[in-house]
Design a protein around this ligand. Structure first.
Ligand code: FE
Length: 186
């Protein structure tokens, strides 16, 4: 049986003559530009990039994909408490950058450095425990989420488009300019 690494061409450090030759063909005009966001945890940066959602809760957009229906953002919560119960239409990837939280519906705890995958159809209520003064988590949310009452009845929703609209409004109001958000949209 052949070595799978040989069959699929596993990446390796190369030192042949062409190894450092960049891709030589023109970039396709259909490929959109990269989005690079440095200093995700820059506490001394311009706090206006954080879009307030409610008192003590704000988000920072990283990628708002209006064409593919997902968004990647940082969620920042600066008080302990309960965040609105919601149901996800698509998969969610979470990476905790600071602080700690858990869901009312599960017994696992997301701490700094934790990665969590949440399945489509998942319904949960996020809790920031009393001893946590700030949590920041990177959430990649596919599709959207629906805020629900304890029995699943819908009471609100959120998706890349609502995130974009609130960020645009906030950036206009705070002086960064409504078009500041455009750099995050693909
Ligand atoms: Fe969620």
């Amino acid at each position: 049986m052949s070595d799978v690494r040989q069959r699929v061409g596993a990446p390796a450090i190369q030192d042949d003559a062409t190894a450092r030759l960049p891709y030589q063909l023109p970039a396709s005009p259909d490929v959109s530009s990269d989005v690079i966001v440095p200093d995700l945890l820059d506490d001394d940066g311009d706090d206006r990039i954080w879009v307030p959602q409610s008192e003590h809760v704000s988000f920072r957009p990283l990628l708002l994909s209006t064409s593919n229906g997902y968004y990647v953002n940082l969620l920042r919560v600066r008080r302990s408490g309960v965040l609105s119960r919601h149901r996800h239409a698509g998969p969610v990837h979470a990476h905790v950058l600071r602080g700690r939280w858990h869901y009312l519906e599960h017994d696992w705890v997301a701490e700094t450095g934790t990665y969590a995958y949440e399945s489509p159809g998942e319904v949960h209520t996020l809790i920031v425990p009393d001893d946590v003064t700030e949590m920041i988590t990177l959430f990649h949310v596919t599709g959207g989420l629906v805020y629900v009452d304890p029995y699943g009845a819908p009471i609100g929703y959120e998706d890349a488009h609502t995130k974009l609209a609130s960020a645009r409004q906030h950036y206009a109001d705070c002086g960064l300019g409504a078009d500041y958000v455009d750099r995050f949209v693909r």
